[in-house]
Design a protein around this ligand. Structure first.
Ligand code: MG
Length: 362
């Protein structure tokens, strides 16, 4: 099965409501779709979300990396030479993890089709059903409490609350939510780099003292501040999860060896795809560190790839894959099945896509 062409297209999917974090507000998913064609007629799909504020990868950068660098390296290669393809992909251009992830995902889709097996089974096949949390955007405490109740009524057992905008208000937000949902519901918070280390320690200790019972805190301090992250981890009881601080397997190694965080968040758009994400999984297993799997605001193509990885690996114990649930429509036939908090995989080969609707190819 040889690669004959790599085509790029666009999809646009409106969100049900605006997605607001400490870093940005988003109203729709506007992603690049990668379609890899082969001489057998089989095609593989990947998806690249431009997230300039997080990865630095804009739409133009994603297209340029694939058109000008990745494409010429991979055309003509045989899918059965997986290791060589991944080496070439990695070396084709530095950084540009979003473009690499989209291509990596499409290659895994084809790899599964080549051996007529679903990707999650090729990677370990630990389970075929996972349970995701749902994100509550940053808003007024009252609005966030209302959104939380709505999620609980839909059956969600874990809420991921966006904070990190204003420390005093963040505590009010969390109190309002905890009062509204009661004590059975799991609350995790994501500060998206919004606090200084001391602000984080102050705020998290307050949350501990008021009995808010927070499961974990994601990325309390700026991504580059590994020492600051460690300071927070050393000074609060709430487990700290590194997200924006960990892109590459090398970052994961540094954070884990420094004990700068208690947990690591794997996102395919940061690692550059499944191939590197597997290295972080192995590392975390060796060191006894738990992993979360998350995504950017993505539609169902790339999130399906993350579901396959999560289903394959036991070290991934926390799931934050609500992107497709936040979308008002689903452009994908096939792939993972999202029923509110429950995500199930089929045993269709590869990533199981039948058709991607509404893609405009260049
Ligand atoms: Mg995060």
């Amino acid at each position: 099965m040889r690669i004959t062409d790599i085509k790029l297209g666009y999809i646009s999917v409106p969100l049900k409501k605006p997605f607001k974090t400490a870093l940005r507000t988003v109203n729709s998913v506007e992603d690049v779709v990668v379609r890899i064609e082969t001489n057998t007629g089989q095609v593989g799909y990947g998806e690249a979300p431009p997230t300039g504020a997080i990865t630095g990868d804009t739409t133009g950068a994603i297209i340029g990396a694939i058109e000008d660098h990745i494409k010429k390296q991979l055309i003509g290669m045989d899918i059965e030479n997986m290791e060589e393809i991944m080496l070439k992909l990695d070396k084709s251009v530095v950084r540009n993890t979003t473009a690499k992830a989209a291509v990596d995902i499409a290659i895994y889709d084809l790899y599964g089709q080549l051996y007529n097996a679903p990707v999650y089974k090729l990677l370990g096949g630990y389970r075929k059903e996972i349970i995701t949390d749902i994100t509550i955007s940053v808003n007024s405490p009252e609005e966030m409490a209302k959104d939380s109740i709505e999620a609980i009524n839909q059956g969600y057992k874990t809420l991921k609350i966006k904070v990190g905008v204003d420390s005093a208000l963040d505590i009010k937000r969390m109190k309002a939510i905890r009062d509204a949902v009661g004590h059975e519901v799991n609350l995790r918070i994501d500060a998206n780099q919004g606090w200084t280390p001391k602000e984080a320690i102050y705020t998290l200790r307050k949350m501990e003292d008021t009995g808010l019972n927070i499961e974990l805190v994601e990325q309390p301090v700026p991504a580059h501040d590994f020492e600051g992250l460690k300071l927070v981890t050393d000074n609060v009881s709430i487990p700290v999860l590194a997200d924006e601080s960990v892109f590459s397997p090398k970052d994961a190694m540094t954070i884990i060896q420094m004990r700068a965080a208690d947990l690591v968040n794997i996102k395919l758009m940061k690692t550059g795809g499944i191939h590197n994400a597997l290295k972080i999984c192995s590392m975390a297993e060796v060191y006894g560190v738990g992993c979360m799997i998350g995504s950017m605001l993505e539609a169902k193509i790339s999130v399906t790839a993350a579901v396959h990885l999560a289903a394959a690996k036991s070290v991934i114990t926390k799931i934050d894959l609500d992107g497709p649930i936040l979308c008002s429509e689903d452009p994908v036939s096939g792939g993972a099945i999202f029923e509110n908090y429950k995500i199930t995989l089929t045993d269709d080969p590869g990533l199981g896509f039948k058709e991607i609707h509404g893609v405009v190819y260049k």
